[in-house]
Structure formats: C-alpha cells, structure tokens
Design a binder for this molecule. Structure first.
Ligand code: ADP
Ligand code: MG
Length: 390
C-alpha cells in the first residue's frame, strides 16, 4: 500500500462530510539496545520513513468516531462516558490514546478520525506506537493543546500499557514522536534524557522482514518480561543501590546467581551486557567507526539469541546470510523478538546488491520471501508537524 495523504483527506471528506487536517507519525527501528527499555536502560533507535496518517475533523454529537483504512472498519464511542474497556481490537490503540489524554486532564470534543498506515503490522517496526502518536498529534491539535516530548511519549505509552494491555517500554513512543532526520537517538529510558547521534554517510540501514512471528501464539514475550522482572527483584533485594536492572553490574549478577532461575540469570546477563554495548555503540558513532558499530550489532544478536532466547531459526538465518555479504558491517534481530525484522548496516553502494542477495538466499534456505527496505533516519511526529509536513 502506498500512503497517499491527499487521497486519505479526500476519502475522509467523503466519509464524514467535513474537511479534515492530517497528522503523521513514522515507524521506528532499533539499532541496538533490545529489551533494555522496561528496566530503565539504554536504547538506540531511529525513526524510519513508514508512516501512519491520522486525519481529524470536528463533529457536534460528542462522539469519537475512528475509521481505519487498513482494516476498512469504523468504531464509535460516546466521549463523556468513555471507560477503560479494551476489546482486543485495532481500535484499542487510538481509543486508548483518547482515554490516556483524559487521564492527563486533556478534554477532547467530538471528532471523526481516519487512520491509514503503510507500516508493516506486527513486524517489530512499531506500527502500534506510530498509530498512537499519530492519533495523539491529531487529538492534541483538535483540543488546542501542546505537550512536550516526554509527556507525549509517556501518555501514548500509558495507552499501550494500561488500555491495550501490552507491556511495552517507553522507547517506541519516544522515538516515533521525537526522532530527527539523519540521526539515531540514544535514549536513557529511566531519565528520558537523550542524545542525537550522527549516522555515517557512507552506510545505509537495511531492514529485512523475516515474515515470521512465533511469539503471539506462545506468549513468550510475556515470559521474558516475567523472567527479567524476577531477576531484577532478586538483585534489588540482594544488592544495595540496585533499584532497576540498569544499576546492576555483571558482578552483582554473579553474586545473585544461585538465588534466581537459570532463565532469569541469562535474561539479566543479556540486559546488563546490552546496556554496555549501547554505550560502546554511541562511542563508535561519535568516532565514525562503522566496523566497531557493526561488530557490536553482531554481539548484540548473539546475546538476544543465546542469553535472551528471543530469536528464531528464520531470523538467525537472515543474520547469517547478511553477514556473508560484502559491504555488510553488522546485522541483528530488532524488536521484541521471536521473528519480525533484522536491522543491517550496509555500505551505501552495496545496499541494492545486498537486498537482492538476502532475498534470494533467504528464500532458497527457508522457502519464505523476505521484504527488505533501505531506510533513512526520518523525523518523528513533532519535527514533522513543526516542518508543516504533518
Ligand atoms: P508492531 O508495533 O510491531 O507493529 P503491535 O502488535 O505492537 O505490532 O501493534 C500492531 C497493532 O497496531 C495492529 O494489530 C493494530 O491493532 C494496530 N494498528 C497499527 N496500525 C494501524 C492502523 N493504521 N489502523 C488501525 N490499527 C493499527
Ligand atoms: Mg508494537
């Protein structure tokens, strides 16, 4: 699907009989720092060129009406009696944002909203944060309210955690709202302090979708969260000064090894070493050292696979194929795991050949056709709105 804002504005006018205003939010890819966000750690995502567009117009009957072009469905709520009542439906994401804004004390009058996105759904590129932030930008403009980045991201995260019921960290909403073109962002998920980092000009970021997703059926994502939290609470109890896993060292972890399950020990080891790798990756970017950055990605992948046990054979195959290609500096699984996408850093002039070779070899190995995208670091929703791109 190609995203055509003019067509969406036209379709909105036809459906709701009013001229709408359009707001955009991108998707994101995480370069390094996986499963570190919800224990207050470090991540390094960038916003990418996929988009969700939210078109909004007022209505006089006090209702919130959402239409998703992706699903071809409309839902309608009475705003004054909106409660936290998720339905396990796509509408939970935008309705959750409306509910979360109410928790923030922002009152919103009646509106119609059309949503359309070209972000691959459920592929680990955060279509969920994209739809949340696009919805939030539209609702805030409708209400005549502006929120700073950290409050906007936190409000959208609450929609996902408390309304939708997904245990995600702050990374997705923060980068989707706050990304800046040509820059990666190192985000401290505890303080919400961040640093924008230059991406070397001679490389491209290539995202490869394995087209498999194993976790939904087995609930393994939630298992990992539980294993991490169990380990973290042992560390908190046993080690002075450790409040979050972020504070713990490998020495702290060794001391507590006997007090936690083997699974918790391994999951915590991934997170502690991953936080250190993000700091090293920051140094590599500042020094323009792509070789070092790539080597850190490869280590991060091994840690996600072996310690966090959140890869899968198809994604490991994609990474192995990538690392065999000339001009590829590094490759790793990105997103929550158990399938989804890999992120690859590839020499610019090798990118097109890389995509062809990876697709061909992945299909030969697995019988699956991968989708590959050469992605540039894009503006987040706030920068897009400021530039008048919306
Ligand atoms: P990811 O964030 O990795 O894409 P999630 O499972 O977290 O995967 O979120 C995907 C869900 O977000 C979809 O199943 C759907 O409910 C919702 N969503 C995303 N984009 C849209 C859209 N354009 N319209 C309606 N719902 C959307
Ligand atoms: Mg998501």
């Amino acid at each position: 699907m190609s995203l055509n804002e003019a067509a969406l504005l036209g379709a909105h006018r036809q459906r709701f009989g009013r001229e709408g205003r359009a707001f955009e939010a991108p998707a994101r890819v995480n370069l390094i720092g996986e499963h570190t966000d919800y224990t207050g750690g470090l991540v390094m995502p960038m916003a990418i060129g996929f988009r969700t567009v939210a078109v909004i117009s007022p209505r006089e009957d006090g209702r919130a009406v959402f239409y998703s072009d992706n699903y071809g469905e409309e839902v309608s709520y009475e705003i004054s009696s909106l409660e936290r009542a998720p339905r396990g439906h796509w509408s939970d994401y935008p309705v959750g944002v409306l509910w979360s804004l109410g928790q923030e004390g922002v009152g919103v009058g009646g509106f119609s909203m059309s949503l359309m996105g070209d972000v691959p759904l459920g592929a680990g590129l955060s279509s969920s944060a994209s739809v949340e932030v696009a919805t939030a930008m539209a609702l805030l403009a409708h209400a005549g309210v502006e929120l700073p980045l950290d409050q906007l991201a936190t409000m959208c995260r609450r929609a996902e955690n408390e309304y939708v019921g997904a245990k995600s960290g702050i990374m997705d909403q923060f980068i989707v709202a706050g990304g800046i073109e040509h820059r990666a962002m190192m985000l401290d998920c505890r303080s919400l302090g961040f640093e924008l980092l230059p991406l070397p000009e001679q490389v491209r970021v290539v995202i490869c979708n394995s087209m498999v997703k194993h976790a939904v059926a087995t609930g393994e994502y939630g298992d990992r969260r539980d294993e991490v939290e169990a380990g973290q609470s042992v560390l908190r109890h046993e080690r002075k000064g450790v409040e979050l896993l972020r504070d713990a060292t490998l020495t702290d972890l060794e001391t507590c090894r006997e007090k936690m399950s083997a699974a918790s020990y391994a999951r915590c080891r991934h997170i502690i070493t991953e936080n250190a790798r993000v700091l090293q990756a920051r140094e590599a970017l500042l020094a323009g050292d792509v070789d070092r950055f790539g080597a850190l990605m490869v280590k991060a992948h091994a840690s996600m696979r072996d310690d966090f046990a959140a890869s899968c054979p198809e994604v490991d195959t994609l990474v192995d194929i990538a690392m065999r290609q000339a001009g590829c500096f590094g490759a790793r699984i990105t997103g929550g795991g158990f399938g989804g996408c890999t992120v690859n850093v590839v020499r610019e002039e090798a990118a097109a050949g890389f995509v062809d070779a990876v697709k061909r070899e992945y299909e030969a190995a697995t019988g699956i056709k991968a989708d590959c995208f050469v992605s540039a670091a894009s503006d987040g929703a706030l920068a897009l709105a400021k530039a008048g791109v919306r």
